[in-house]
Design a protein around this ligand. Structure first.
Ligand SMILES: [Zn+2]
Length: 521
């Protein structure tokens, strides 16, 4: 009671003093310096990264790990005194990844670096040993149909054999200009020829594996090189009977050259996985209720799901951890916000922003009353750009809020006003389409596109914790400022430019429906 009275009394005192602007600012600056101190001196980022990324692991939509992560986040918020829940919005084809073991067994023995693609069928407790052949070059789809019976019992290489395993930056640094130009020319021609080879089968890169699968192929071998040393993108399988595995560029090239050279390579493949039927999918939602305007919302946003070749560390473990740490610190240092601060950890973003679209569809009462959404989903780097996303007056409130961010953080952020609204990319698009001021805290790259985004190397070690800490401070201060702002943000849209070709005015992005039963063809 004594505590309550003190709190009440200091509140009264502050609101009295706040008639003089100086004291308001000092109240701001106490809270802001508390936020910065907590973020810098008592960071929980590393322990949470370890628990989420190392222990739970990647969070493929429909996997038990996704649900584990949802439950972990709710428990974590509860431990910080923040109310949280998992909100079901749909169902997805469930699948649990097991072991992948791939070995070259002839003409010599070598364990190959590779893994089954997500939702790949398993080898049913058996090791399949079979010859590896290259997708043939055929005249047309008729010729391919005639060839198809030859796929039976074979592993089929369906990707182009890359002419180099060195990324371009490495060539740029060491090659002569002539040899780098030659490489690029040859690679472009080879890429066209491979595209043509697939086109002539009458199938696409998506439908071809299924056709080979139906013809009784032992499995599909692909290599989705991500243009860096030792890094591949790992997406989903298209087969329903035989396994689909991705193999590292180095080992894929080895198999390809052996097959091409007439050495009749054989591999053995053992994969385990479990199909789980349809499983519920959730958004994890947590909030700190507003004191004065509880029905108005400041939303922190980051998708929770990931691809599962790595641990989903930078896509979007880092966005997730940033938003969780921001909430922890706000609850501790700013427990009675003016507006409600809500965090959304969305599901199935990777399959089309589904969790956030569902949230927007399911909560019109919240959507109407959103002050702002801050989304982070571009990897581990320090925030470097913020676009006004086409909102005419976004410069007014965003730049005002940014004034309270320490110079060391804000001086390297470039803002673009009014900017143009994004049609996709991440969950801010779901809110933008509903006319809600939603902004991307866009980060420095740290080779995100080639090395971590959707790759087998998206792991804990790629996180730059100093940058995350800086993003936490930025996000917490922006959330504080947005919550405390005496005025409601303007949703007025700027006039978008004319389309250069059609001459017509670019329309504001339209809402797209969430896929609420996913993972089916
Ligand atoms: Zn992402």
């Amino acid at each position: 009671m004594r505590k309550y009275l003190l709190h009440f009394a200091s509140g009264l005192l502050l609101s009295f003093l706040c008639s003089s602007n100086i004291y308001c600012q000092s109240n701001d600056s106490i809270i802001l310096s508390n936020i910065i101190r907590e973020a810098s001196q008592s960071s929980q980022l590393k322990i949470n990264a370890h628990e989420l990324l190392d222990v739970i692991g990647p969070r493929l939509t429909g996997s038990p790990q996704m649900k584990k992560a949802n439950d972990w986040a709710v428990a974590k918020y509860a431990s910080w005194g923040i109310s949280a829940k998992n909100e079901k919005w749909g169902e997805w084809r469930g699948w649990e990844r097991g072991i992948s073991h791939i070995d070259l067994v002839s003409p010599r023995v070598r364990s190959l670096e590779g893994m089954q693609l997500a939702w790949s069928p398993a080898t049913q407790g058996k090791t399949i040993t079979a010859e590896v052949i290259i997708l043939p070059e055929v005249k047309d789809s008729m010729a391919f149909q005639q060839w198809l019976p030859n796929a039976k019992g074979k592993f089929i290489l369906v990707s182009m054999n890359q002419p180099t395993g060195r990324p371009d930056y490495n060539w740029q640094e060491f090659a002569t200009k002539n040899s780098f130009d030659k490489l690029k020319g040859e690679r472009a021609a080879q890429t066209d020829a491979w595209r043509e080879r697939i086109r002539k089968t009458g199938y696409t890169i998506r439908t071809l594996p299924r056709a080979l699968d139906s013809a009784g192929a032992a499995g599909i071998i692909s290599c989705n090189w991500s243009q860096g040393f030792g890094v591949n993108k790992i997406f989903n399988a298209f087969t329903v009977k035989g396994p689909s595995v991705d193999i590292s560029l180095e080992d894929y090239g080895l198999l390809y050259r052996l097959a091409e050279g007439g050495d009749r390579p054989k591999i053995s493949v053992y994969t385990e996985s479990r199909g789980l039927g349809f499983v519920p999918t959730f958004n994890t939602i947590a909030e700190i209720k507003g004191d004065e305007k509880p029905e108005e919302y400041v939303i922190l946003s980051a998708h929770f799901d990931s691809w599962d070749g790595g641990s989903g560390a930078t896509d979007n473990g880092t966005g997730t951890l940033t938003m969780m740490e921001t909430m922890r610190i706000l609850k501790k240092m700013y427990p009675h916000p003016k507006r409600t601060i809500l965090v959304g950890h969305w599901g199935a973003e990777e399959q089309g922003l589904n969790g956030s679209r569902a949230f927007v569809e399911d909560h019109p009462e919240i959507v109407q009353k959103i002050q702002v959404v801050f989304n982070q989903d571009e990897g581990t780097g320090r925030v470097s750009t913020i676009s006004g996303m086409g909102f005419l007056n976004s410069y007014e409130y965003l730049s005002r809020w940014l004034t309270k961010v320490p110079d060391s953080i804000k001086n390297t952020i470039t803002t673009y006003f009014p900017g143009t609204p994004a049609t996709g990319g991440s969950d801010y698009a779901s809110f933008l389409a509903a006319g809600v001021p939603a902004f991307s805290l866009s980060s420095l790259g740290w080779s995100y596109g080639s090395y971590t985004w959707h790759t087998n190397r998206d792991t804990y070690d790629k996180i730059v914790f100093d940058d995350l800490q800086s993003n936490v401070i930025l996000t917490a201060i922006l959330a504080y400022m947005a919550s405390e702002d005496p005025s409601t943000t303007s949703r007025e849209k700027s006039i978008l430019p004319l389309n250069a070709q059609s001459g017509e005015r670019t329309p504001w992005p339209a809402p797209k429906k969430a896929n609420r039963k996913g993972g089916v063809d």
